[in-house]
Write a protein that binds this ligand. Structure first.
Ligand SMILES: [Zn+2]
Length: 58
């Protein structure tokens, strides 16, 4: 995984499971402090993550 900000290869990856069961990966770059989220291999922004967290359980 490359940082979209500075292109560094070593980024921090944290796998998280949201309350609704959606699994996402959180990435953070130690070099340029870029942060981003990934769901099923597609990057999503924080707003989408918050939307998923807020979504009531079905
Ligand atoms: Zn970076």
């Amino acid at each position: 995984m490359h940082c979209p900000g500075c292109g560094v290869e070593e980024v921090i990856e944290i796998h998280q499971k949201l309350p609704d069961g959606t699994e996402v990966d959180f990435f953070s770059c130690h070099k340029c402090d870029e942060k981003w989220w990934d769901r099923d291999g597609k990057s999503i922004d924080l707003r989408d993550v918050l939307e998923l967290v807020r979504k009531p359980r079905s």
